[in-house]
Design a protein around this ligand. Sequence first.
Ligand code: AHR
Length: 672
Amino acid sequence: MKKITGLVRQTILSVLLFIIALAAGSPASAQPPVRTLDINLAQPGKAISSDLFGVFFEDINYSADGGLYAELVQNRSFEYQITEQLSWNALTAWELTQRDGGRGSLAIATAVPVHPNNPHYVVIEVQQPGGGVGLVNFGFDGIPVQAGEQYDFSMFGRQLFTGNHWGGNGVLASPARFVVRLETKEGAVLGETTVNISGRDWQRVAATITATNTDSAARLVVLSQTKGGVALDEISLFPRKTFKNRANGLRPDLAQAIADLQPKFMRFPGGCLVHGHGLDNLYRWKDSIGPIEQRRGQENLWGYHQSLGLGYFEFFQFCEDIGAKPLPVVPAGVCCQNADNQGGTGQRGLPLEAMPAYIQDVLDLIEWANGPTNSTWGAKRAAAGHPESFHLQYLGVGNEEHITPVFEERFKMIHDVLKAKHPEITVIGTVGPFHSGEDYDAGWKFANAERIAMVDEHYYESPEWFLNNLKRYDAYDRTKSKVYLGEYAAHEGNRANTLRTALAEAAYLTSLECNGDVVRLASYAPLLAKERHTQWRPDMIYFNNTSLQLSVNYFVQQLFSQNQGDVYLPVTLPNTATNLAVSSVRDSKTGDVILKFVNVGAEVQPLKMNLSGAKKLAMQVARTVLTGELMAVNAFGKPAAVVPQTSSLTVGEKFDCELPAHSLTVIRMATR
Ligand code: AHR
């Protein structure tokens, strides 16, 4: 087991002073002296992970449905249930509408579903068509539409009866005609189309609506114009414009904000979402692929519904689109230790006799992602439109499990098979929810015994904690498992995304770069949070239906990720430089050297840089600075208080520069 030992005494002193300076409102003791930093650019340096900075997407805070997934209809499959929210039922987000003398009713049925994985559907009975009888959907806090944009509508339907009620002769006189409209909440029409449902078998119909006006909270209205009964399901509306124009795609602004981070990998679909509320709530990847009407949506343990419309195919496709390596996480055959939908029983394991089938599911995932198109699961990937491999390299098994014999037995079963059959895959194990303690210790002991390639550490702590632990990984044993810091964030007491938290994270990231030989991957958590639907703070990106706000922490992530290197160049910081954290990396592809400085002090820090060994140093380089009031936040709905500013800096073998108070500075220099 690894131990966090060996903190150098001087370092402790430095770090303590560093923390004191970072504390809100703490005045700087004195104008800091000029610091001289020497960096030898010709040294071979230390190879570090080129995948270090990535993102972690979990469907928490309405990140998927109502968030990144561009579907505009809420509860499109009529699968919402009281078990998800006490006020919910299959018609949540829907309402009966009877227009201009129209008379009819809605009911939920399950007798002949469009697919067994999608059991509920709605039956509209129209007794008197009038101006139409049907459904209104309110979207996720309304449906945002923009004038001139196209919206792709589709639904599944089948006729049940026409004319008289169930006692009728069953003759289908004519198709059921539907008017499909976008309307304001006052009922003004924003665009419409028509579709016909014809016959007793389920069929998919589709049409496009072009919006004539902009409305941030429109409704979708589906109005039957025909007397009789019709079953409808999977009623969907997508903006034509999705990220990279993918079908069943992603909301462009949110997807772009993630892409702009230039993450080297993306972990998905959770978090606790993976191991679920109970054994019946494990995230089963196979339920998330294939036609959307055949996906088995389920309760989301964060208190809502997951349609799985954003499923494994979409995750892998998104990773490819943004140049991030996919890092799926599968359950380790156990549910969450905090599971409470089984009478508070906590962690439970799949029955041992169910494990072979479960392990086969995991093997099938690898075949689905990487296998040839003539393999069973590779063929399914190809049929979905992606014959090429997705190049799966990393696979997480488990999420911050309580390390028990039940967990260990099942993890080992999965791991042994993966090691034997897929040595090319880096399996990532888990060492509990905290940076230390029982599960951390037991997890590391188990990882060492089982020779797990990498383990996933999680911690959410105060800014002070992060600054106090800048040397955490210095003492990690390089011969043992590598580390994926899968979840971390610095938390204020009030959970605000202050510059203070972001600078503590930035300082920590310099230490991850320094230890990038053992810490191979790192991702802030959580990534996304929808306004008024947030279960967890702080988060990296806040959004509502029409806009988003990038937190200060986002910009720290972005500056590190966009300026990642694969070689660490040691830089010596005087012990007395108590308010500074510094890192220096080289990107061997471009030859660029990137310097990062975190000044947590309340005073400007003057620097004298001595760079030796460069073949050539570009004279004008880009300097990007993130700075502001220590407790500043980029509040939702207001102009961002803290954003990076880039300017030009003249550099040479020797140059002077100043680090503003409370700042992260990134200097990127071409050396070839
Ligand atoms: O990131 C939010 C949650 O924190 C994750 O789901 C879980 O892994 C951790 O406890």
